[in-house]
Design a binder for this molecule. Structure first.
Ligand SMILES: *Cc1c(COP(=O)(O)O)cnc(C)c1O
Length: 371
């Protein structure tokens, strides 16, 4: 069997299961794709930035030319916006690629990666892929326990991932906890702050100060969430210059295509689209959280563009909602079989989602309401 000859770490891997695509759902259930609402991957319900669309249309005419492999214009735009220098910025095919570059650079079978129990699942997949030891630290109340994570650091630890806000829980660790953590982290450890939902925060955090100070820190951001460009695949890492230089070596020459670079530059400048998305999200989150509280459903108050809610049997509710054309995310893969995660949509999409959920007569799994 071919598996015998393959890398054991690859054979051991359980592939990432993304949100169910609209077209696949339509095909399998004989529904009209136009009638399906996807609230499964934390995408922007307003769509891409219109400015990004225009920039990409223009860039298409030059599609016969290789992209700028150094990503000069996009990296300069990111650096200028954040008060950093070009040498701090690494661009990736989604921030997922930056996660992979970090693992390429630091993991091996003798190394350890630390993350929280209910952290974004990609960290575990990557640790497995590189044969490293994945150290999972309990997160009581679904909030990262940074004191416990610091205590878990050993001489073998190379990477600590802090998703902030975390996906799928939507919880946040504050500045004070971060600063206390950073005061304890030894030099051989790279701290990764995965801030895919940073732009949704009501009170911004400052982790870039550690990048400026030259600490071994990488901050991840993405165009996939608030900028509405998940299909384009652009993310970036912000790191101290020596760390960024290492990540650049691990990167393929043309990892971010020319159309994506052009679209990302325009999206980052589109403050109106970002503001409109934030406002819509604020209203949508309030809508869901008020509705769940009124029904006595346990949920985790969210700082992002999705909410985790306990429905009794997550797989059953997911499947029943799917049949009615609403795609959410079942959470068994996160060891939360009683929960589903719902992304915030437009007001009409949220309304429909709640109606379908109500029809399923969800039961609370018990315990205290987290609010
Ligand atoms: C969505 C998400 C990402 C972003 O992925 P991209 O590859 O940039 O699309 C990264 N981290 C977390 C925690 C996320 O939820």
């Amino acid at each position: 069997m071919i598996d015998t000859y393959a890398n054991r770490f690859v054979c051991d891997l359980v592939a990432y299961e993304p949100g169910k695509p609209i077209d696949e759902t339509a095909r399998e259930l004989g529904l009209d794709p136009g009638d399906i609402v996807k609230l499964a991957s934390n995408e922007n319900p307003l769509g891409p930035s219109p400015k990004a669309l225009e920039a990409m249309r223009t860039a298409l005419a030059e599609a016969h030319i290789y992209p700028d492999g150094g990503g000069y214009r996009l990296r300069s735009a990111i650096a200028a916006k954040l008060g950093l220098e070009l040498e701090h910025v690494v661009i990736g095919n989604g921030s997922n690629e930056i996660i992979e570059l970090l693992c390429h650079t630091f993991l091996n079978p003798a190394a350890e990666l630390i993350a929280a129990e209910h952290a974004f699942v990609v960290y575990k997949l990557m640790a497995t892929l590189f044969g490293a030891r994945y150290v999972e630290v309990p997160d009581p109340g679904f909030v990262h326990d940074l004191d416990a994570m610091a205590a878990a650091i050993t001489p073998q630890t190379r990477l600590v991932f802090i998703a902030n806000p975390n996906n799928p829980t939507g919880t946040l660790v504050g500045q004070e906890a971060i600063d206390r953590f950073m005061a304890k982290v030894p030099e051989q450890v790279v701290v990764v702050f995965d801030e895919a939902y940073f732009e949704f925060l009501e009170v911004p955090l400052d982790t870039l100060r550690y990048v400026r100070e030259g600490r071994n820190v990488c901050v991840l951001r993405t165009c996939s969430k608030i900028h509405g460009l998940a299909g384009l695949r652009v993310g970036y890492g912000l790191a101290s210059k020596p760390l960024a230089a290492l990540l650049q070596k691990a990167r393929q020459p043309f990892n971010v295509n020319a159309i994506a670079q052009a679209g990302a530059i325009a999206a980052l400048e589109d403050a109106d689209h970002v503001a409109a998305t934030r406002q819509l999200n604020r209203e949508g989150l309030a809508f869901y959280q008020t509705a769940f509280a009124a029904r006595g459903l346990r949920f985790v108050p969210s700082h992002a563009n999705f909410v985790l809610v306990e429905v009794g049997d997550g797989d059953r509710v997911f499947a029943a909602m799917l049949k009615q054309g609403v795609i959410v995310r079942a959470m068994r893969g996160y060891k939360l079989p009683g929960w589903i995660r719902i992304s915030v949509g437009t007001a009409a999409q949220n309304q429909r989602c709640l109606e379908v959920l109500d029809r399923e007569g969800c039961r609370q799994g018990g315990g205290t309401v987290l609010q």
